[in-house]
Structures are given as C-alpha cells and as structure tokens.
Ligand binder design. Sequence first.
Ligand SMILES: [Zn+2]
Length: 408
Amino acid sequence: MKVFKIVLIFGLCLFIHNSCVSKKQVQQKEEVKEEKVEVEVKKKAPPIEQKVKKIEKPKPKKDDEISLLFIGDFMGHMDQINAAYNKKTKTYEYDTCFSKIKPILSDADVTLGNLEVTLGVKPYSGYPQFSSPPSYAAAIQNAGVDILTTSNNHSCDKRKKGLERTIHILDSLHIGYTGTFINSVEKTKNSAYVINKNNFKIAVISYTYGTNGIKPTPPNVVNYLKKETIKKDVELINTTIKPDQIIAFVHWGDQYKDLPNKSQTDMFVYFKSLGVNIVIGAHPHVLQPMKWEKSVKKEDKDNLVVYSLGNFVSHQRTFPRDGGAVFKLILTKDSTNTVKIKKANYFLTWVYEPIVNGEKEYYVLPADAYASKPETFTKKKDYDKMMRFITHARKLLGEHNENITEYK
Ligand SMILES: [Zn+2]
C-alpha cells in the first residue's frame, strides 16, 4: 500500500511539471512572434521623430577647397641643356629630370612655377642669357606644372624674339603663363592668369624687380615690381575679373641671402594694403623664410608670404643653392565666398647630378624621402651634400618660419 502511494505522488508531480513547461514554451513562442511583428513594423514605417529630425537639421554644405603648389626657379644652365641632349635621336629630353619629383608636383589641383629662361631661340644657351629648347617646357608640363610665370630678370635675355617665342611656345603647349606680354593690349586683356577650378576664381599676377638692364623691346611688356603698376593692375582685376582671391608671384630679393631685405618686407606690406594677402617669391637662388600671419579677428583675412622658394632645378652646385622648396597651399571657400587659408606646408627638394653610363643626368629629388635612401646615391659625397642642404634648410626655416612646417 505504501509503495502504491509513493508511485501515485511521483506521478502527480511529473504531470504538474510537464504542464508548467509547456505553458512556458507557448509563452516564449508568443513573445518571439510579437518581437518579429515589431521589427517588421519598424522597417516599414520609420518613427515620425526621425523624419522630423532630418528636416530640422540638414547636413551643412561642405566648403569648397583647392590645393595649390608653388615651385621656385626653373633655371636652364648649359650643363642642363647638354645633359638633356640625346645624341641618338638628336633631340632634347628633360623628362627624367622630373621623374622622381613628379608624384609631388602632380598631387595638387593647380601647380605653378617660375620659368627663368626664354624658349626656342637658337643657339640654345645657359648663363648669362638663357635660351632653352621648347621640350624643356613640355617636360615641365608633363611633370604636372600648369602655370609658369615669365616675368623675371631673364625675361629679355633674347630680346623681342625670345620674349615672343616663349609666349608662342607656352600658348602652343597650352601652358598657362603671366608676367610678360606681346603688347599692352594683350596685357589689358589678360591682366592676370585666372584659375577657374573647384568653384574658385583665383587671379595670379607676376612681377620682377628688373631685367638685368635689358629693357623690353616695344611693344613688348614686362611686369615690373612697381607700386603704381601693381595698384593699377589690382584695381583693373577687381573690377573686370572680380576674383575670389589674388595671388602674387614675385621675383625679388638679394641673391644668396638667407633672409629677406627691407624692400621685400615693405613690398609685402604694400601688397597686403591692396588686399593681395598671398605673396610667393623667388630669385635669390636660396631659401628664405615663409610666414602665415593668422588674423586676430575672425572677420579679418590671414596673410601669407614665402620670401624665396630657391632654385627648383639649376646647375648651381654651391651650397645651399643646390636645393629648394615646393610650397603647398590649401584654400577653402564658404557659402559667403570668403576664402580662407586652411593648410600651408613645404617639401624640400635637392638637385642630384649623377654620371650614368658616362653621361651626366639631372634629377630633382624629394629630399626627405631620399634622406633615408643613402644606397641610391652612386657616391656618398652626393648624399652628404644633400644632407647638408636639408640640415641648413630645416634650421633656417625652423627658426624663421611662422606657422608653416615641413610636409610630413
Ligand atoms: Zn632670377
């Protein structure tokens, strides 16, 4: 009897447990069903709150942006002309000279440099009166350069023929230029080279302190660095072109001096007084400091000057004329058409002249990249020379630059 009771109680417990479990399972299944329904509803109709948010807070329009790269002097010494000459094809080939630096020159919306030679007047010649083959300009363009300034102390080296041949060759290659003109009518028509890109309208103007005592032959015009000329040009540009920004590329300063002279600093002040707040310089054949003067008041413009970018390519081997800098500037423009300087940095460059298969070759090297590649130089002496230039440049620009550092 006892045994029968125990079996009966155990059986009852088992029944009650099973019925509880099955209830739980049903409940869970129902919950899962409910969740699924909820998810489906969410997908079909997003909550009203989200829709309202999107209307109230539209994404702000991104500012327009443009990157500009400035290069110093493209010189054309006799050694460079001879090195470019291919005896087999009897042509002048300059492309290898820029092969190592091309990635940097091409990596900008617009690249500008100073052409310190005349083009196409034979016999080709180096210092003191430069004339280089047209293929030099073609190679500069192939390397990524869009615009060349032609007003410098060598603009009149080959008189009227040289000045006009240079313009015709640049025109035929579709390279932008400014600084010299066939006549005053052409100058009035093209008072600036206008960059129309990325929704920016930037006017580039170019001036030189002089032309080595050789005056332009009438009716040719060379832009001289004279206050009255600049004022007249800027007024004309502001009324006819109405640019967002004017940039002056000037040829000035004392040769081989590390620091700007008084006439350079005074002229920068004058440019600023006309609203030309970005001034890029060359001619001293060596580097001079770069300054980015940040405005105190939000509504005021920043000012920027690069006193000298040095030689980009030349046969000047005396330290520190053997290198230069490429300057990269990024501008932004907001919905009120206000142009602002966003970023300003420089790359150091150095001219390497190795002898390859018995012939001299020219290479403009990105100096920082090659500082870690001593094995690529055929002579240790050359690597040491580049390192001497880098050390000097970093010290000079490190001490005197304002808000502008090396591009890393
Ligand atoms: Zn010069």
